[in-house]
Design a protein around this ligand. Structure first.
Ligand SMILES: Cc1cc2nc3c(=O)[nH]c(=O)nc-3n(C[C@H](O)[C@H](O)[C@H](O)COP(=O)(O)OP(=O)(O)OC[C@H]3O[C@@H](n4cnc5c(N)ncnc54)[C@H](O)[C@@H]3O)c2cc1C
Length: 501
């Protein structure tokens, strides 16, 4: 049983957003009853509530929704992630086609790619694109070693071989094979080659807060920060499910679990299925519009960095990964839900990324905010026992639904996954609804995401100790490679408190 840590490190996204909804409670007391309780106010919970609204906007009756949030509104993974709306356009092709066949792999890729127009259309309809710093363009995978290039290029070549050079997704990818052109495009020193494809970037915390504001203004949401759900009942004879919190109980006809890494607090059957992994990011000071494209640097299958730059007036570069250093600290990463702790030496590692990795870096080595005030932070990604999220109607729990376990890669997966849940919830309530035009053109939920009794049962055999051992082994292997042994990457005994800003 586990709840998020009470005092998380401060993330740039949350501090710089200055949102009035940060610790919002719609009412002093919890409502006694509601149609739907959503547990968790991150991207999954907020988008599930948004789709309930959009499906019933023109119906005679809309469901009343109450969102319960253990900490500040959207203060977990979504409030501390990389902001990359970056589909796996080709790079997982081999792995996914081995598991599900070429068409299964394309089903997953198309679902992710569909999040680009889905975000664009939603932001246009709601008039929030500028507010949430939504941008689209090309992103790159920069190969920093032969090993990385072999992996990336093989995935691309195999997709091209199976799908044909004229397939829509293959045509969206572009290979830059010579190092000089790759360096020009990626702005990364030492890059050997790169693969480029369409992607987006967004301020995830502002996106969630914008959705919640829209719902509050529409009048059918009660939002409750700092209200951890501690227990949940089965549906009683009258159809009510009671959720008990530290501030009293609320009963509902349906409940959506969007609790990410913490799902097993209320759903013990998910204890082995979903869990926490600690990661870290920083916000770096940089001149406006210096970074041209979002991207990721890859050294091997474990070691990478990823970054984007925010538009004016923010200009911060959001830099994540830092695996050159983290491979030396495997036990502090996995499993861990300590987003209330910094990794020793991490801020210094990130600070020096500009000078060490970026071509013609004009900036200083400063964070955008002081280290512990939003300059550098930890965040909790989830792992899932089989690597896939759990989306749908919960087996053996009448009236309960789940969207959780998005495995560190939720931005191009969650929006259209929660759209899948909405009709199931509304059917269970017996409410009339109409599919909004926003979701109509998009692909169905990929098969591996579906939650079923068989899947939950089968995964009870998952052995966390084996996964921990394999995580440790891959970190250890990377930790001995030259790119993890330079002065920046080796863990420092003492943190250097170099001046900020
Ligand atoms: C450091 C980091 C970097 C990442 N970078 C990227 C990226 O660049 N691109 C990308 O696609 N993905 C990225 N991810 C993954 C992405 O952030 C997640 O997949 C996504 O935010 C998950 O959204 P969520 O709503 O499911 O979870 P969360 O945002 O974690 O929301 C779950 C909410 O449930 C609340 N909660 C939990 N238990 C309870 C309870 N019992 N009662 C009440 N509330 C509860 C939590 O407090 C939390 O607010 C990253 C994640 C991290 C941590």
């Amino acid at each position: 049983m586990v709840l998020p840590k009470a005092e998380p490190t401060k993330s740039y996204w949350i501090e710089a957003a200055e949102s009035p909804l940060r610790d919002y409670r719609s009412t002093e007391q919890l409502p006694h009853e509601t149609d739907v309780v959503v547990i968790g106010s991150g991207y999954s919970g907020a988008s599930a509530a948004y789709w309930l609204h959009k499906h019933t906007q023109h119906s005679a009756k809309q469901p009343q929704v109450t969102i319960l949030e253990a900490r500040g509104i959207c203060s977990c993974a979504t409030g501390r992630n990389g902001g990359q709306l970056r589909p796996h356009a080709y790079s997982r092709y081999d792995k996914w086609s081995d598991a599900f066949g070429p068409e299964g792999a394309m089903e997953l890729i198309r679902h992710e790619m569909a999040h680009l127009p889905a975000f664009e259309e939603l932001a246009k309809e709601e008039g929030i694109a500028e507010e949430i710093c939504l941008k689209f363009g090309e992103t790159f995978d920069a190969a920093m070693t032969d090993e990385a290039w072999t992996r990336l290029k093989t995935a691309y070549d195999n997709m091209r071989r199976d799908q044909g050079a004229n397939s829509d997704v293959v045509r969206q990818c572009r290979v830059i094979e010579d190092a000089a052109s790759a360096e020009e495009f990626t702005q990364m020193k030492g890059v050997m080659a790169a693969i480029v494809h369409p992607a987006g970037q967004v301020w995830p915390y502002k996106f969630v807060h914008a959705l919640l504001r829209i719902l509050l203004e529409a009048g059918n949401l009660n939002l409750q920060a700092h209200t951890p759900a501690q227990q949940i009942s089965e549906r009683d004879a009258a159809g009510w499910i009671t959720v008990t919190t530290d501030r009293g109980s609320i009963r509902a006809k349906a409940v959506i679990h969007s609790t990410n890494a913490f799902a097993s607090h209320l759903l013990p059957e998910f204890g082995k299925l979903i869990g926490p992994e600690r990661c870290t990011l920083a916000a770096l000071k940089a001149p406006a519009s210096f970074i041209k494209h979002t991207g990721a640097q890859h050294w091997d299958g474990t070691v990478n960095n990823y970054h984007l730059q925010l538009p004016e007036p923010y200009n911060a570069i959001i830099l994540g990964g830092g695996r050159q250093l983290l491979v030396h600290k495997a036990d502090e990463c996995f499993p861990s839900d300590d987003d209330d702790k910094q990794f020793e030496g991490m801020a210094d590692f990130f600070r020096t990324w500009g000078t060490s990795d970026v071509k013609d870096w004009p900036g200083s080595a400063a964070l955008s905010l002081p280290e512990d005030e939003g300059g550098c932070w930890s965040g909790i990604e989830t792992f899932s026992a089989d690597g896939w999220p759990f989306v749908g109607s919960l087996p053996n729990r009448d009236g309960q639904f789940i969207a959780a376990g998005f495995v560190g890669h939720g931005m191009p997966r969650i929006l259209l996954s929660t759209a899948h849940i909405t009709p199931l919830v509304l059917d269970s309530l017996g409410m009339e609804y109409k599919q909004p035009t926003l979701t109509a053109p998009y692909p169905a939920l990929p098969r591996p995401f579906h939650v079923s009794a068989e899947r939950v049962e089968k995964l009870q055999a998952f052995d966390l100790a084996v996964k921990m051992e394999s995580f440790r082994a891959s970190c250890k292997e990377s930790a001995m490679k030259p790119f993890c042994l330079d002065e920046r990457s080796r863990p420092k005994i003492q943190r250097v408190d170099s001046p900020v800003e």
